[in-house]
Design a protein around this ligand. Structure first.
Ligand SMILES: *Cc1c(COP(=O)(O)O)cnc(C)c1O
Length: 397
C-alpha cells in the first residue's frame, strides 16, 4: 500500500494509545479512572435539543448554504458584538463542522509550502499536524511554567523569520488553562501588525473562565490586528455540544470566502439540524454555562489542592478550560517496582497499569515533564483517582 506523502507526515495521536488501553482494561472488568476526557460531562441543555427536534419535525433536513445559514451567521455576528466587542458582517463568518474544521480551513487557505507557523507549546494536539499536512512547518516556541505558560513578546520576536505566516493563539489554553491579559495581547498584536503576520485565535474556551478573569479577543484590540485575525469559536465547549459539530470562524472577507470555497468541496455546509441547535444555543440564556462553570470551579480548586499536596507534583491554578497541567519532573527518573519512569509517556503507562488511572502525557502537547488531567468528570471520581495517584507517588520516594 502506498499512501500520499502529504498525509504521511501526520503523527498518530500519543493520547490514542493510552485511551485505547484504558478502554480495553475496562472491558476486562478493571475499574479504570479516566482523566483523559476532552469534553464537558454535562448533557446539552434541553432548549437546544428542543430546537433540533423542531427542525427535524419541520423538515429542515436539506443542504444549507456552504458557509452556514444566514440566520445563524447573523446570530454569530451579534454574539461577537455582545461578548467580544467585535463587529463582523455575515459575509465575514464561516460556519464549519466544529471549530477544528474552521482552524483546518484557515491554515490551508493561508499557508504555502514551506511557510512557518509559530506555535507556542504546550499546544493543543491538532495544531502541529494540521500545519504539517498543509505543507507548512510548525515553529514551536516553548513557554515556561514561570511565565504561566504564556509566550513572551521577546520569544515571539525571536521566532519570526521572513517565512512566518501565522501565529497561533489559544486563550484560555488547552492544556494549561492559562488566559492572556489585554496588556499581553496588545504587545503580541503590535509585533504581528509590524511584521504582517496572521493570527489564528482559538477561543473555544472563552466561557469557561474563573476568578473574575476576563476573556479578551485579540481581534478586538484595533482595526489593524482585526485585519490579520481569524477568530475561531464554537458551541462544543460552551454549551456541551461536542457531538453536534458546529464551530465558526470570523475574519477578513477575502480569506473567509476562500475558506468557504475550500469547505464547499470537502464537507459543504455543516448539518442543518445542528445549525438550528447552535442558533438556539447562541440566542438562549447563559444560565447553563454559568452553572457548568460553577461546578468546574469547585473541581478545579479541589484537584489543584490535592495535586499540590502530593510530594513530587506541583500544579499551577488554571484560569480557564477544564484541565490541569501538573509538573511531574521530580517523578521522572524514579523507579516503580523496578520499572523506570523515563518520561511522561512511560509515567502515564505505568500509572495506568499499576494504579488503573488514565492521564495524558505532556509530550502529546509538546511538553514532557507534565501530565494533563481533565476535570470534566464527577467530583467523586476525581477524588478516587487522586487517592490512587497519591498512593502511587508515595511508593516512588
Ligand atoms: C475542543 C477543542 C477544539 C475543537 O472544538 P470543536 O468545535 O469540537 O471542533 C478546538 N480547539 C481546542 C483548543 C479544543 O480544546
Amino acid at each position: 500500500m502506498s499512501i500520499s506523502k502529504r498525509v504521511s507526515v501526520i503523527s498518530p495521536s500519543v493520547t490514542l494509545a493510552i485511551t485505547a488501553k484504558a478502554k480495553k482494561m475496562r472491558e476486562e472488568g478493571i475499574d479504570v479512572i479516566g482523566f483523559g476526557t476532552g469534553e464537558p460531562d454535562f448533557d446539552t441543555p434541553v432548549h437546544i435539543k428542543e430546537a433540533a427536534k423542531k427542525a427535524l419535525d419541520e423538515g429542515f433536513t436539506k443542504y444549507t448554504p456552504v458557509s452556514g445559514m444566514e440566520e445563524l451567521k447573523e446570530a454569530i455576528c451579534r454574539k461577537f458584538n455582545h461578548d467580544n466587542n467585535l463587529d463582523y458582517l455575515p459575509q465575514e463568518i464561516l460556519v464549519s463542522c466544529g471549530a477544528k474544521h474552521s482552524i483546518f480551513n484557515a491554515i490551508f487557505v493561508l499557508c504555502n509550502e514551506g511557510d512557518e507557523v509559530i506555535l507556542p507549546s504546550p499546544y493543543w494536539v491538532s495544531y502541529p499536524e494540521m500545519i504539517k499536512v498543509a505543507g507548512a512547518r510548525p515553529v514551536v516556541v516553548e513557554t515556561t511554567q514561570e511565565n504561566n505558560f504564556k509566550v513572551t513578546p521577546q520569544q515571539l520576536q525571536e521566532a519570526i523569520t521572513p517565512k512566518t505566516k501565522i501565529f497561533i493563539l489559544n486563550s484560555p489554553s488547552n492544556p494549561t488553562g492559562m488566559v492572556y491579559t489585554k496588556e499581553e495581547l496588545e504587545l503580541i498584536g503590535n509585533i504581528l501588525i509590524k511584521r504582517g503576520i496572521f493570527c489564528i485565535s482559538d477561543e473555544v474556551y472563552e466561557k469557561i473562565i474563573y476568578d473574575g478573569e476576563e476573556h479578551i479577543s485579540i481581534a478586538s484590540l484595533g482595526q489593524e490586528i482585526k485585519r490579520l485575525a481569524i477568530v475561531v469559536n464554537g458551541v462544543s465547549k460552551s454549551y456541551s455540544m461536542t457531538g453536534w459539530r458546529i464551530g465558526y470562524a470570523a475574519g477578513p472577507e477575502e480569506i473567509i470566502q476562500v475558506m468557504s470555497n475550500l469547505q464547499s468541496h470537502s464537507t459543504s455546509g455543516p448539518s442543518s439540524i445542528s445549525q438550528k441547535a447552535a442558533l438556539a444555543a447562541l440566542e438562549g440564556h447563559e444560565k447553563f454555562s454559568g452553572e457548568m462553570v460553577a461546578e468546574f470551579l469547585k473541581r478545579r480548586d479541589y484537584i489543584v489542592e490535592r495535586l499540590n499536596s502530593i510530594n513530587g507534583i506541583s500544579c499551577l491554578k488554571p484560569q480557564g478550560a477544564f484541565y490541569v497541567f501538573p509538573d511531574v519532573s521530580q517523578i521522572i527518573g524514579k523507579t516503580f517496582k523496578g520499572q523506570l519512569v523515563k518520561d511522561s509517556v512511560s509515567l502515564s503507562e505505568i500509572l495506568l497499569a499499576e494504579a488503573n488511572v488514565a492521564v495524558v502525557s505532556g509530550s502529546a502537547f509538546g511538553a514532557d515533564n507534565y501530565l494533563r488531567l481533565s476535570y470534566a468528570i464527577s467530583m467523586e471520581i476525581i477524588s478516587k483517582g487522586l487517592d490512587r495517584i497519591a498512593e502511587f507517588v508515595k511508593e516512588l520516594f
